[in-house]
Write a protein that binds this ligand. Structure first.
Ligand code: SF4
Ligand code: SF4
Length: 203
């Protein structure tokens, strides 16, 4: 099976998308005087599914740069995490399982972490292609800050994700060479992305 490789031009585009989102995030965090410093929580145990082959391939680009022993250690943690998530889901609970890439509170693959890892925290909004508008209130700590500032609903500043997500959709389509509909939809945790190996080209 041939691995689905991100060509350099798409790597640069993905990194530019990440950079744009992070710049917006930082600006809003500054405006709200919000930061993760001193937070008693660690969002890396939150249950998120990730939806693009592009991010999956990019994660693997970073993973391959780790030494073989570290890769094996992370894969062992990923297997345990996958099982723990499955058990929680069977109990109809939302899994709360630490990401296998987190070591002592820090991300082992910080430069290759996924979009959700880079954007969770501050309030955000996006418009779906069908026109539906979605808003995200931010993490519990940011919601407390917004609440203390007494901001009215509808007037709370948000980071606007739509243009970046549109660019990511175009990038994904380019990666799949215009055959996006032929590929199964992705909905994987980081642990699953690691256990499955890098994404492959469909025959
Ligand atoms: S995003 Fe929010 S909940 Fe997560 S670590 Fe930062 S402050 Fe804490
Ligand atoms: S990839 Fe890194 S930042 Fe994202 S959940 Fe895992 S450890 Fe946390």
């Amino acid at each position: 099976m041939t691995e689905l490789c991100l060509p350099d031009v798409l790597i640069r585009e993905l990194e530019d998308i990440y950079q744009g989102l992070e710049t917006e995030y930082d600006a809003l965090a500054y405006q709200l005087s919000f930061s993760c410093i001193g937070c008693p929580d660690n969002c890396c145990d939150s249950y998120f599914l990730h939806h693009t082959y592009a991010e999956w391939a990019y994660l693997w680009l970073g993973f391959r740069q780790l030494n073989p022993e570290k890769q094996q250690e992370i894969l062992r943690r990923a297997s345990t995490a996958v099982l723990a998530c499955e058990q929680a889901l069977r109990r109809q609970e939302r899994p709360q399982v630490m990401c296998p890439l987190n070591e002592e509170g820090l991300c082992t693959l910080y430069t290759h972490r996924l979009l959700v890892c880079r954007t969770h925290g501050v309030p955000a909004a996006m418009t779906h292609p069908d026109g539906r508008r979605l808003t995200f209130p931010g993490c519990f700590r940011c919601q407390e800050i917004v609440g203390a500032l007494g901001m009215e609903q509808g007037k709370i500043p948000v980071t606007e994700r739509t243009p970046y997500l549109r660019r990511l959709a175009v990038l994904e389509n380019d990666l799949l060479q215009g055959e996006r509909r032929r590929y199964p939809k992705v909905g994987l945790t980081i642990s699953q992305m690691l256990i499955k190996g890098p994404p492959v080209v469909l025959p």
